[in-house]
Ligand binder design. Structure first.
Ligand code: WT7
Length: 679
């Protein structure tokens, strides 16, 4: 817990490295100037119920409630729980769609989709989106899906993905979106864990030049589920391939149809034409979705978010962090397979009546100017992306950026990992031409929405700092004994009180929820991150302090990768650590001990990488695998990862700390001498 990894030069910055909110933003911003923020913040902390009630009054409730936040973070005093507006009933899809249409936004564009190929695009208005959502919710109902059931969604980043999510929300069905880059095994695990009987998928898609055989992967996953005795009722298949341009160098994925289970999306929609599908008025704490995220002990955790707290929180954070305005063209580059695509592609922006751009492809295809080309094409005003994408694009000539008109841009947000000051400044100076606010948004799948974030019209920013808490959020830096630090310092980043949008439990495993998030520091929610607080009370996130690593803004569990590696019959034991990477931030570096007589050939390396891809997904494949005839262990048999991390980092001069507790110190010398050269 005290093993902080400071990735970047987080030293106190010179005075010129404080960036005031840009003047053009100040004029019409929802929160103007730091004193205004502090005033609101004080109110949110001193009178949370009054504060959140005022926010909630901007949304529609079928049944209101005078209850506010109720919670217990201290497991010694009873069960840990969080509730908000108990007794109220509402519907988040209704608030995104009908409520905005009633305000006159029916003909406003809700979603603009751009495909993998720049030539492919389409859009839907708020009214058209509602029609699609109602129709698809009728399809789900026709397949026997009811309130409280779970539907798994495995789709590329296309308009039907938010449609499927909103259709579930409309009828009180819990969605669990699985990123279309995940393997069939990962999909199967999630279907089984979430007990989903309906799967929504597509025939296939392209990511850059690469065909993605979605239907084949879905079939494999369904096969695994059926083998486990799980009941599947239907697989709804969207025919996406026939409407997209095939990349020059790609082959079209083959699609097999399973007559027992499969139904085509369009035919299913045709068959319910005219069928009514009314809104389900959900209770405040009815689950809205489950989203799986890596857990430090192996199996992914199903993070549960509920209806009203999540709605109110994503509404307000989107409104303030991105200063949502009626003429915004908002583009978040995240996929709906991650929490960012839930809170800040779908729910938050649509609750705010924004026009949202979604992109099916990758920022470097057909070439690394794609992102700026899209900013110009759609006249994007608010851009939300990830430091890893920024670092990848920074590596190319500035001309790729400057040849495109970016004068529409007002706010550039980042999320996923600490942003290194050089990437921050590149966004500020090169992309934003010193006229945009750059907002580094710190949050997690678990927090539901931003928890530490600058408000663009209020908070002076410092490159690399997530800055100040969002309204209603009370961070604490806690030392290893569980005592909160006062003033500047560094510690384990915790939250001292609940806010409406935080998770409620881990699906099917409430004791894991309590253990993971509330047992390290009783009375606090523990984020798993370390942070530093400076003289201005600004927070600087220093990275995970547990066994999770952050690869390209996505959390991976070292234990989960290790479990995949030891599935190979030649591997006796595996240890995975995070090593630094210029673009991805971190990458998985694996040490493997092999059975006697085996050696780590290129074939074996390829097989091991394939195993990890198959069990988890391509994202988790170790970039480097090193053979370890022995692993450094303490007398009690615990692998000393701290030492392996130093080897992976290639830091020969590093102080390895106390090595006297190791059984066999010679393994360290051996591992150093056989460390493969980093390419
Ligand atoms: C972890 C959460 C929240 C959506 C994307 C990731 C790291 C996230 C920041 C940031 C420093 C950040 C943390 C956090 N992280 N944003 N702005 N500065 N670190 O969601 O997969 O739940 O990961 O990502 O380590 O705990 P997630």
């Amino acid at each position: 817990m005290s093993d902080y990894k400071v990735h970047f030069d987080l030293n106190v910055l010179p005075a010129e490295d404080i960036f005031e909110p840009p003047a053009p933003l100040l004029a019409g911003a929802h929160v103007r100037g730091l004193p205004n923020y502090y005033e609101l913040y004080k109110e949110s902390i001193n009178n949370p119920d009054r504060f959140w009630k005022t926010v909630a009054s901007q949304l529609y409730f079928e049944t209101d409630s005078d209850r506010g936040l109720e919670y217990n973070f201290d497991h010694r005093k009873g069960d840990v729980f969080i509730r908000f507006m108990s007794g109220a009933r509402s519907n988040i899809a209704y608030n995104c769609l009908e409520r905005n249409i009633a305000k006159g936004l029916g003909s406003k564009v809700a979603l603009k989709w751009e495909g993998n190929e720049p030539a492919d695009s389409s859009q839907v208005t708020y009214q058209e989106l509602l029609d699609k959502v109602v129709a698809f919710s009728a399809v789900l109902r026709s397949k026997g899906v009811r309130k409280g059931d779970t539907v798994a969604i495995y789709l590329p980043m296309i308009i039907e993905l938010p449609v499927a999510m909103l259709a579930c929300a409309r009828i009180g069905t819990i969605h669990t979106v699985v990123f279309a880059g995940f393997s069939s095994d990962s999909l199967a695990t999630r279907i089984l864990q979430a007990k989903a009987k309906v799967l929504v998928t597509a025939d296939g898609c392209f990511r850059g030049n690469k065909p993605i055989h979605l239907k084949m992967l879905a079939d494999q996953a369904v096969g695994i589920c059926l083998n486990e005795g799980h009941r599947m009722d239907s697989v709804i298949v969207l025919e996406h391939l026939k409407r997209v341009t095939v990349p020059a160098k790609a082959k079209v994925p083959e699609v097999l149809i399973n007559k027992d289970l499969d139904v085509f999306w369009d035919q299913a929609v045709d068959s319910v034409r005219g069928v009514e599908s009314p809104v389900e008025w959900n209770e405040a704490e009815d689950p809205l979705f489950i989203l799986y995220t890596s857990g430090s002990t192996g199996a992914p955790k199903g993070i549960v978010h509920t209806t009203i707290g999540y709605m109110v929180y994503t509404y307000l954070t989107t409104k303030l962090s991105f200063d949502a305005q009626p003429d915004d063209i908002y583009w978040c580059t995240a996929d709906c397979g991650w929490i960012t695509g839930h809170s800040y592609v779908t729910y938050g922006p649509l609750l705010n009546g924004m026009t949202v751009v979604i992109h099916e492809g990758v920022p470097t295809y057909p070439d690394p100017s794609r992102m700026w080309e899209m900013v110009e094409k759609y006249k994007v005003t608010k851009l939300y992306t990830a430091p890893t994408a920024v670092r990848a694009l920074m590596a190319f000539s500035k001309d790729l950026v400057t040849k495109h008109d970016r004068s529409s841009l007002k706010i550039i947000g980042t999320v996923g990992e600490p942003i290194n000051p050089s990437a921050w400044k590149w966004l500020y100076h090169v992309v934003g031409e010193d006229k945009c606010a750059v907002v580094d948004t710190y949050w997690q799948t678990e927090t539901g929405g931003h928890v530490i974030v600058p408000l663009p019209g209020a908070t002076p920013t410092k490159p690399g700092a997530a800055t100040l808490p969002f309204l209603g959020v009370e961070p604490a830096l806690v030392d290893h004994r569980g005592a909160a630090l006062e003033g500047p310092g560094e510690g384990n980043l915790c939250m001292a009180r609940a806010w409406p949008g935080m998770m409620r439990t881990v699906y099917g495993d409430h004791s894991r929820f309590v253990k993971t998030f509330f047992s390290s520091f009783p009375g606090y929610y523990f984020t798993g991150d370390g942070a530093r607080r400076d003289d201005d009370s600004y927070y600087w996130i220093t990275g995970r302090v547990d066994d999770l690593m952050n690869v390209s803004g996505h959390l991976l569990s070292t234990a989960e990768i290790e479990s995949a590696l030891v599935l190979h019959p030649d591997v006796v034991e595996a240890a995975v650590v995070a090593a630094p990477h210029d673009i991805k931030g971190q990458f998985p570096y694996a040490f493997v001990s092999l059975v006697n007589g085996k050696s780590l050939t290129d074939t074996l390396i390829a097989q091991l990488k394939a195993t990890v891809r198959e069990k988890i997904g391509a994202l988790a494949m170790p970039d480097i695998i090193q053979e370890a005839p022995g692993l450094p262990k303490t007398r009690s048999g615990k692998i000393t990862r701290r030492i392996l991390r130093k080897i992976a980092e290639g830091d020969k001069g590093a102080d390895l700390g106390d090595t006297t507790t190791l059984i066999d110190q010679s393994v360290i010398v051996q591992l150093w001498s056989t460390r493969p050269a980093v390419k």
